[in-house]
Design a protein around this ligand. Structure first.
Ligand code: ZN
Length: 81
């Protein structure tokens, strides 16, 4: 093994989930923050949950609402003509 090129291995790295669960494991990072874990992932809980950290779900809902409004407007315009 080459010296001074490998990161230090942390034997008690802390993993913190967005749900509040914390885990201790081995890693080169001392602390990690994750969005989901086995305690809160829908696969394990059986409950539906949206992992929307980038706000993509809100963007999609806005776009869908806009499209519905446009279609409704077109329909009424056609009905008048
Ligand atoms: Zn979690």
């Amino acid at each position: 093994m080459k010296t001074a090129i490998h990161p230090t291995y942390q034997h008690d790295a802390k993993i913190v989930c967005a749900c509040g669960a914390t885990y201790t494991t081995g890693s080169t990072l001392a602390e990690m923050h994750v969005d989901t874990c086995s305690a809160c992932h829908p696969f394990y809980t059986g409950k539906q949950k949206f992992l929307d950290t980038a706000g993509k779900l809100d963007k999609f809902k806005k776009r869908a609402a806009k499209t519905t409004a446009i279609r409704a407007a077109r329909k009424t315009a056609k009905a008048k003509a």
